[in-house]
Structures are given as C-alpha cells and as structure tokens.
Design a protein around this ligand. Structure first.
Ligand code: UDP
Length: 466
C-alpha cells in the first residue's frame, strides 16, 4: 500500500451539528492561478445551481472581480505579497509563500464568517488541494473541508512519492530517465517533477508533502474529471482511500471559464477561424504559466512555418522571459506565415477548441486544456513543461492515444513532423477517432444517470449530511 487516508475525526457538538445540517452556505478558497481559479469558480457555480449560497475567500494576488459573480459573496484577504514578494512571481516559491502568508488572514476571515449571526450556517469549506494549511485551520474551527483537485491522475502520482522514495525510485531520479515506474504504468521516472528529496527545504517536495498530509485529514476529494476517463486511477484511489471521492467533471461543460479569465480574450481568434477550412487549423497555446527561452520559441515558430498548416498561436506576454511580445520573431517569420497564421495574446480557448476549423491542439498538457480538448474531440501535440503536465501528456499519448508527445526538446524538424502527423497523416485521423469516443463519454457522463451526474448527486447529499 502506498498511501492510506485516515477517517477524519471531528469533535462537533450536537448543537453545532444541528446548525451545520441546516447550513446551505459553502465557503470556497481558490488558488490564485488561472488553471485553478477556473475550476473552483465553475464548481462554485455548479453547487450554487444546486441551491447552495457561496462565499469566495480570495487573495489580493490575481484578485477576482466580484462584479462578474453578483450571485456570490466575496471576502478578500491579505496575502502579504506586497511586503515579501517571491523571487519569481509564478513559481513554486509563490505557492509556498502563499501557504505561509495566508494562514492568519484566512483563519481570521473564516472565523468571522462562522461567528457572524447575519450569515446562514456554513456547511463546509472547499479549498484547492494546494492550500494545504487550510486543513489545520478547518480542524481548529471544526468545519469539514473538501478538497478540489484541479489536476487529474497526477495527484495520485504525487501522492505516491513517499512510496517511490521508500522503494528507491526517487533517489535515481533523473529528469531524462526512461525507466518505467512499475507501480504506475505507463508512467516513467521522467514524468515526475524534479525535486531534491534529500533537501527537506526543497519547495516542491515540501508543497507536495504538505498537500498529501493535509488531504489525508479532509472530508473528501472533488475531481474535475470523469470516471470513464480515469477509471483505473480512480479504482486505485478508491481502494486506498476511505474518504469519499467525487469525480464530477468536466466542469466547463456546465459553466464556461470565460468569466474567470484573468486576461482579455481576443475575439479575432474566432473571426480568423471563421475564414479557415474545417479541421485545418492547429491551435497552439501553453496555458497561463509556461515559459520558453528564445531558442525554443524560434524552433517552435519555424516548425509551425515549415509544417505549412494554418495555425492560431497564443503568445502570452511573458511566454518568453525578457521579451515584451513578438520581438524574437525577426528574420522573415511573420512574412513567411502571412495569411496562414494568426497570433493573439490570449484566446477564448473553449470556443476555439469547439470551432469547426480547429483540427489539432498543440498544448503544454495543463489539465484544464487537456480536458477541454477531449471534450471537443480535438487531438493533441503535447509539450509538457512541469509538474503534473508530464503525467497528462503521458496519458494522452500512451493510454488514450489521442496525442503525439514531443519528448526530446523542441527542434523545428520534430515540431514540423508532429504537426503533419496530427493534421494530415492517417495516424492523426486515428487519434481523432479515438478522441471522439472520449468526447462522447464526456457528454454521456453528465447526462441524467451518467457517472458524473450521479457523483454530483452524491456530493450534494454528502454536503447536506455534514
Ligand atoms: N486559456 C484561455 N485562453 C488562452 C489559454 C488558456 O482561456 O489563450 C484557459 C484554458 O481554457 C484553461 C486555462 O486557461 O481553462 C489554463 O489552464 P491549464 O490547466 O490548461 O493550464 P495552466 O494555465 O494552469 O498551466
């Protein structure tokens, strides 16, 4: 057994329990990153549509806009980042710092909400899995905590790290090693995020360790995924977990993510797609955080140009550290792709993936992007950059067989070959057929009687039982 979740022991007075049973307010606490804000606000909308009132506690960093959610109540808390800015605003150190800085403001805010006589009783707290400090706060205030996993099976991979260490896998860890992890097929050692396990101060190790320990004390896990997509992993988790698991996704099929977008979505993405032939365009986007150095960026650009396929490319400001936007694209690139390529800073991704002209998605394999692509039946080229993306990419290429993985860096010839394989060769057509089957399963799981539909029913009943 590689991990085991103990039952949560709650000492709740009869009076408090009576109050909680009638409570219909939920407090949610999203992690302030795009790929985590979207699923948490979608989940809040889903639960609101099931009759719950929602209070959102949020940080000042990537602060949310309450006017987009007039049906929710918002409580901002101080995150201390102005006083102690992290060295890189978006990395692991940001998450570590937030997990320290937010403890007191979050606890005070939650305690105030709990003691407020003007609010209806709070049934439970729902926080992102990465907010590991919130379990101790919830325990201290005797409030059940549900954990939202914004990722997929990767959590399982994270959670088994202690096992991997005990059995001697991790000391051998080398980001390039192809060695399979026998306990977790088809994952390879290189699919795990690199961390210095010999160093107890390693940010990522501490974050994952904190998350795994805190989640053991929670009242249940919610997943933005669906049973049919991740059946073996869920079965494994169910065998090892005695807290309930609720795979109720894909969330964005209930509510799109556009309202929680932190960046303005460029509508020309859609008007440009309208001018293209069906399934002819490769959509290229690497989410909200990934970065590339200039050499990689130019290899990508020339791979796209040489593939001769139409493309819609999201070049987010910040994608190439040190560049404002498109300055590295000198030497005739823009002229070479004129009329065949369209570049934007941020796209309405779900609409792009649903557009008839979109035939492929070159992605960093963030979980939201992966799920959104599956739900629209768009096969992928996977260029995972970090953390759980390697696991999503491995599943896309080796398990679901709906994607090509660029495993050996970003050389223009490999990029060109992968694009042509996906967009014009029979292998790509086979991937499209397979991903269409997954899309159908995603559609079915949300219908009455489907797996996610039933799981959501169970979740709602479970929350009422607190
Ligand atoms: N997204 C978007 N426009 C873009 C790129 C991404 O709206 O141009 C959205 C995308 O639909 C997804 C989220 O941003 O919901 C990115 O989440 P993901 O987990 O894929 O990646 P992350 O940003 O967390 O690395």
């Amino acid at each position: 057994m590689f991990f085991y979740l103990k039952p949560r022991l709650m000492e709740v007075s009869t009076e408090t329990r009576m109050q909680q049973m009638t409570g219909r307010r939920l407090v949610v606490f999203p992690l302030p990153l795009q790929g985590h804000i979207n699923p948490m606000l979608q989940l809040a909308n889903i639960l609101h549509s099931r009759g719950f009132n929602i209070t959102v506690i949020h940080t000042q960093y990537n602060s949310l806009n309450p006017s987009k959610y007039p049906h929710f109540t918002f409580r901002p808390i101080s995150d201390g980042l102005l006083e102690t800015p992290p060295s890189t605003e978006r990395g692991r150190d940001l998450l570590t710092l937030l997990n320290v800085n937010c403890v007191a403001p979050f606890r005070d805010c939650l305690a105030q909400l709990l003691s407020s006589v003007s609010e209806e009783p709070i049934a439970c707290l729902i926080t992102d899995a990465i907010w590991h400090f919130t379990q101790a706060v919830a325990d201290g205030l005797k409030l059940p905590r549900l954990v939202l996993h914004s990722g997929n099976i990767s959590f399982l991979a994270f959670a088994v790290h202690p096992f991997l260490r005990e059995t001697g896998f991790l000391p051998k860890q080398d980001s390039q090693t192809e060695e399979p992890v026998e306990a977790l097929p088809p994952l390879k050692i290189k699919d795990f995020p690199t961390m210095d396990i010999a160093n107890p101060e390693d940010d990522l190790y501490m974050l994952i360790d904190g998350m795994v320990k805190a989640n053991k004390g929670s009242s249940g896990f919610i997943w933005n995924s669906f049973k049919e997509l991740e059946q073996p992993a869920l079965a494994t988790l169910r065998r090892r977990s005695i807290v309930p698991l609720f795979p109720i996704g894909p969330f964005h099929k209930y509510f799109p993510a556009s309202s929680s977008s932190l960046l303005a979505q460029d509508p020309s993405s859609i008007s440009w797609l309208d001018t293209q032939s069906p399934k002819s365009v490769i959509y290229v986007s690497f989410g909200s955080l990934a970065t590339f150095d200039e050499t990689e960026f130019l290899e990508m650009a020339w791979g796209l140009a040489n593939s001769m396929q139409p493309f819609l490319w999201v070049v987010r400001p910040g994608l190439i550290p040190g560049s404002e936007w498109l300055e590295p694209l000198r030497n005739g690139f823009l002229e070479a792709v004129s009329g065949r390529g369209h570049i934007v800073k941020w796209a309405p991704q779900q609409e792009v993936l649903a557009h008839p002209a979109t035939g492929g998605f070159w992605t960093h394999s963030g979980w939201n992007s992966t799920l959104e692509s599956i739900c629209e039946g768009v096969p992928m080229i996977c260029s995972p950059r970090s953390n759980n993306q390697m696991v999503s990419a491995r599943y896309a290429s080796d398990v679901w067989r709906v994607g090509v993985q660029l495993e050996n860096g970003l050389e223009r010839v490999d990029v060109e070959r992968a694009i042509r394989k996906l967009m014009v060769e029979s292998e790509g057509e086979e991937m499209r057929e397979r991903i269409m089957c997954l899309k159908e399963k995603a559609d079915l799981c949300l219908r009455e009687g489907g797996s996610s539909y039933q799981s959501l029913e169970s979740l709602v009943n479970y929350i009422f039982s607190f």
